[in-house]
Design a protein around this ligand. Structure first.
Ligand code: AKB
Length: 317
């Protein structure tokens, strides 16, 4: 059967790269991009695009019927830092969109769902180092709460209605094509932009705040790997721990100075420090590696080289 895919939240950081990759693999017309507004000109011009508010079940359902969609990637969400500013908005968007898509799968209008969870599902009482797949989860951000509840819903719909839903707990994702918006791990992207533009970065986290991170290429690969895995190999239907590397702002700055010796960094922690402090510093993702052979490729050195190269090229083009 031909995969007919709908990506909700396709203009965002991960959605846009996922759309490009899936279009390259499956053909442009088999991957329908959608978002609440046309905020990514290149993406909108690159193939079929629909305006969809992820909170609106009718809009999603009409699009699914119009294009005979069988798989939905739900990438629309309010992230951790924005969520703390607008808690109710974050709850409404993150929960209603998920239930809309799960209900379409329950009604068999679609066959398969991808929904991203996050390291934000963990909290200050979670073991911080090498955080296990199954552990204490008491998130203190509204974003983390929506991810935790969302995971429970995914598992519930799988167990009770046979919904084929697959999910990953993304760490911070580093990329150069589309800017992230409203996350706590965003510093690890901002730093590259500022390093090239100003030679200096004022970091909103302290120098020793270690967080799990991953390059976009690896994140997209993990997403497609789990979606293409045999159903019986996807043993966890809440969400899988997913990990590549962990580093602190100081370690990242040091790596950047290997390429840009003049680069300097200062630290002025803001409200996002508290969010970062509540999250793990590293993740044990052996279940993902064992169940469907997940493997990452990019280490800190490779990410740094690639980010500086691509952003420099983008700046002159
Ligand atoms: C955020 O910082 O909010 C996100 C995430 C870790 O889910 N990047």
């Amino acid at each position: 059967m031909v995969s007919k895919i709908l990506i909700i939240g396709a203009c965002g950081q991960i959605g846009s790269e996922l759309t490009n990759k899936l279009r390259a693999e499956l053909g442009v017309n088999n991957v329908i991009a959608s978002d609440i507004r046309e905020s990514n000109v290149e993406l909108v011009a690159s193939g079929p695009f629909e305006i969809i508010d992820a909170k609106n079940l009718d809009q999603i359902s009409d699009c699914v019927k119009k294009y005979d969609i069988n798989t939905v990637y739900l990438m629309a969400a309010l992230l951790s830092a924005t969520g703390e500013k607008y808690p109710e908005k974050a709850w409404n968007l993150n929960m209603e969109s998920l239930l809309n898509v799960l209900n379409l799968a329950k009604e068999r209008l679609i066959d398969k769902v991808f929904w991203p969870s996050s390291i934000a599902v963990f909290g200050p009482t979670t073991p911080k180092v090498n955080t296990p797949q199954k552990t204490i989860m008491e998130p203190t951000t509204v974003y983390g709460i929506t991810k935790q509840v969302g995971e429970r819903w995914c598992e519930y719909y799988h167990n009770n209605y046979g919904v084929d839903v697959r999910s990953l707990r993304y760490p911070g994702i580093i990329s150069w094509k589309t800017l992230p918006g409203g996350g706590t791990t965003d510093y690890a992207i901002e730093i590259f932009h500022k390093a090239i533009k100003d030679g200096h970065y004022n970091c909103f986290l302290t120098e020793n705040t270690a967080l799990p991170m991953m390059y976009m290429e690896d994140a997209v690969k993990a997403t497609l790997d789990i979606m293409e895995a045999d159903a019986e190999d996807v043993k966890i239907r809440s969400s899988y721990n997913l990990s590549a590397i962990s580093f602190t702002p100081k370690e990242l700055a040091l790596e950047i100075t290997k390429q840009l010796p003049e680069f300097t960094i200062s630290y002025k922690p803001d409200f996002r420090q508290k969010i970062a402090d509540s999250w793990p510093s590293s993740i044990d993702d052996s279940s993902a590696r064992g169940d469907w052979n997940w493997n990452h490729s990019y280490d800190l050195e490779a990410i740094t080289k690639e980010m500086l190269l691509q952003l420099r090229e983008k700046a002159v083009s």
